[in-house]
Every structure is written in structure tokens, then in C-alpha cells.
Design a protein around this ligand. Structure first.
Ligand SMILES: [Zn+2]
Length: 263
């Protein structure tokens, strides 16, 4: 098995570089799925992304986390489920067997691995994305894409979700949002904008999860620029759909996913 903790550390440090402006302090997290063993590595609570080390990642069984999400989907969130979630998060261990509490935002990654068939999941708080996600017309600003590479790397239609408290409510909101999106569009969202909170992107490798975040940040800056220049004019929906699923663009995306993270 590849050294997932090493690769995840590399992704985290890149995402935590001050110049990237994706996270500061203990903001954000990342996770990778070991599909063969149905378990995943996620950031331990309180770790600074840019300083992450290989022992800052803890293992969790996907199945036990999915059970909580499913129960919440059927019967709504409850104190009992929150307690059960906290017990799971508090008992997680790193690869050295040390107990470290897993991030409170862990369920966001659980949704990605359980419902979206991806193996890498990156969650950050980029300033331009949060600025839009905290604006009163946030959902409107994310009703389309603003340039072709956004449609290719992040999908032609973003998923915008209203604010939810970190923890079970956030996980449930993302789960319900993704299921509804899949029903409506017949595919997975490539970028999820969390209202008053941040950004989630995904990949089959670390490289495309990070690449989607980079493009999403550029797209957020373009939205802010367009708003200051009179308003956003989106790429027409049919054109965004066409370019996102053009065979040469799909191939380009696949090739990029195979690149090393630092290329
Ligand atoms: Zn967050």
C-alpha cells in the first residue's frame, strides 16, 4: 500500500502554505480513503495544515461513520447521534497507535468516500470563496461557472449549501445536498461551497483534489472582480456542460490527476 499518510501530509502542507491563502491556524482538513480496507485517514483536531506531520493523521472505519450519517438522514440529527459521533472521533488512532481526536469536520469526507466514489477530499477556507459564501446573494453567485476551466475542473454546476454547525449538522447537510445534486444532475458535484464557511473539492488523486481547489479559488476571485465591475455573467449552461464533458477535456483532467502534487 502506498504511504497515504506521507501523501496526505504533502497535500496538507501545500494547502497550508501562507501564499495559497487557503487556511490559517487550525482551519481546514484533508482525508484519503483506503478503499481496499474501507477505512480512511483524516486530520487530527487542532493540527495546522501547513505544519502537518505524518503522525497527525488518524484512521477511522468508514462504515461506522456512514451508520451515523444514515441514521441522521432517516431520523434527523439528535444529541444521541452527536454523542455517538464524538465517541468515534475521540477514539481514533494514528498509524503509530496513538489516540488523537479526529477533526469535527470528518463527516464531510465521509460523504465524499461513501457517496461520491472519490479517494481524496480537501476542505479549506479560502478568503475569496468565504467572502462569496458569506455574501447575501452567495447561492446566486454560485448558480453557474465563470470560465471554461472552472467547468472542467470543478464541474459545470457548483453545489452551494447554506450554513450548518460544524459536526453532525454539517455532515448531514453535505450528505443531503450531495444526494439531491446527484438526483438532479446524474453526477457528483466537483466543488461544494459551504455557506459562511468554505470549500470542498475532491479527486481520484491528491493532484486533482488540489487542482480543483486552485481553480475554485481563481473562480472566486473572478466572481468578486465581476461583481465589482457591474455583475457576474456566467458561461451559458449548455456551453459549460459541453466543455466539461468533452473527451479531450476529460483526458486532460485524467492526465493531470496522475501528475505528482508538486508539478
Ligand atoms: Zn471548515
Amino acid at each position: 500500500m502506498a504511504n497515504l499518510a506521507k501523501d496526505l501530509t504533502e497535500l496538507s502542507r501545500k494547502a497550508g502554505e501562507p501564499a495559497a491563502d487557503l487556511t490559517i491556524q487550525a482551519e481546514g482538513n484533508a482525508a484519503v480513503f483506503d478503499r481496499e480496507n474501507s477505512k480512511f485517514l483524516v486530520k487530527a483536531s487542532g493540527v495546522i495544515m501547513g505544519n502537518a506531520k505524518e503522525d497527525d493523521w488518524v484512521w477511522l472505519e468508514l462504515g461506522s461513520c456512514v451508520e451515523i450519517l444514515e441514521e441522521a438522514r432517516k431520523n434527523g440529527s439528535s444529541e444521541k447521534l452527536t454523542t455517538a459521533l464524538n465517541e468515534i472521533l475521540a477514539s481514533s488512532k494514528n498509524s503509530d497507535g496513538q489516540v488523537r481526536k479526529a477533526s469535527i469536520e470528518t463527516l464531510v469526507h465521509v460523504v465524499a468516500f461513501h457517496a461520491m466514489e472519490v479517494d481524496w477530499s480537501l476542505h479549506t477556507h479560502p478568503t475569496p470563496v468565504v467572502a462569496l459564501a458569506a455574501s447575501k446573494d452567495g447561492a446566486k453567485h454560485y448558480s453557474g461557472t465563470v470560465f471554461p476551466d472552472e467547468a472542467v475542473m470543478c464541474g459545470p454546476v457548483p453545489l452551494f449549501l447554506p450554513f450548518a454547525n460544524p459536526g453532525l449538522d454539517l455532515g448531514l447537510g453535505v450528505y443531503l445536498g450531495v444526494l439531491e445534486y446527484q438526483q438532479k444532475h446524474g453526477r457528483n458535484p466537483g466543488q461544494i461551497i459551504l455557506g459562511n464557511h468554505g470549500l470542498c473539492t475532491f479527486g481520484v488523486g491528491a493532484r486533482d483534489a488540489y487542482g480543483a481547489t486552485e481553480i475554485a479559488v481563481k473562480a472566486a476571485k473572478i466572481r468578486l472582480g465581476a461583481l465589482s465591475a457591474g455583475g457576474i455573467s456566467f458561461v451559458p449552461n449548455d456551453a459549460a456542460e459541453a466543455i466539461a464533458f468533452r473527451p479531450d477535456e476529460i483526458l486532460r483532467k485524467r492526465l493531470l490527476a496522475r501528475e505528482a502534487l508538486n508539478k
